[in-house]
Design a protein. Sequence first.
Length: 366
Amino acid sequence: MPKKISVGIVGLGTIAQIQHLPNIVNLNNYFSIKSIADISPKLCEQIAKNLPKTISIYSDWKNLCKDPRIEAVFFLTSGAHSLMSKYALLNNKHVFAEKPLSLTVKDAKELSSITKRKKLVLQVGYMKTYEPLIKDIKQKIKTLGELRSVRLNVYHPSDDSQLTHVKIKKFNDIDRKVLNFAKKFEINQTKFSLGKLSNKWGHYYREVLQGSVIHGPSLLHSIFNELPVLEDVRIWPIINIHPNSKEPPCLNIFGKYKPYAVFEMNWLFLNDYPKYREILEINGKKGSLEVSFPPPYLKNITAGIKLYNSKGVSKKSGGIKSAFKIEAEEFYKNIINKNFDVNIKSAIKDIEWLQKIVFLGSQKYD
């Protein structure tokens, strides 16, 4: 029998209920859930009903991190996780942190330093990088010859339209003081990262780029081992960048992969679009590769690939083990195998890449 890791879970919202919690529970040979925490006491009580009776419930995530029974913490809350991750690491806990890890490069580098010093795992929840077909994608790219173009298209409907198939547990008992503290912290971190740029760019950086677009660079990193050089961005309708806008603006990113491949990414918020879609197209002198990624709120669905070359068209599916489950398994293996340097370095590069998008956009539209 493998050694079980005793874990605590902080944040019991949408993505935790749909993906992470079921996976952690099912991986009962790997993990033993000892405690949970959320800013909604009623939500904790409801979630605890389906967990072991010996579980501890915390209203303060810091107390969970101090729990001597806990070896590792899953931070599944929304927003940046630098403050939480640092506290847990300093209390000698391994950390799985949902994206985004940090709003500042400085904090991310500090976390990297702590993991090395304390010999602890810090793994960022970039689930797309754990798609079962990532290795196949990288191998098939080698058959395409010299690359000419890389394009990533994301069609993003409203979150509500993506959740019609599930019933998420929610309660109106959240302590507003806790939320206000978190918001103030993130605003201050954003100002540190972006300097004197206006609040609208800070809001866009936090909510849109770090909240959703960040999956793009993390995916590109896992496939190409580097990010494309950024050259230009287009944001439209630009009026939607205002914090009070009902929906975020669309984003077009243009750049290049050396030596001769142009790069383009389109992140399109389409409120009434029928379903989430994400398609990566890679074109070379000898063929093309098309990768379709699954919606984040559907379970047990993986990416599929199509390869176009002189032999015709070939297809392959990744099976039914989702990227979310694989990343949880990898977190366990990283702890057992003492693989402390997981994906922090690429996370730092992702932060820098997103910040450059903001600076290019502000120069163009302010």
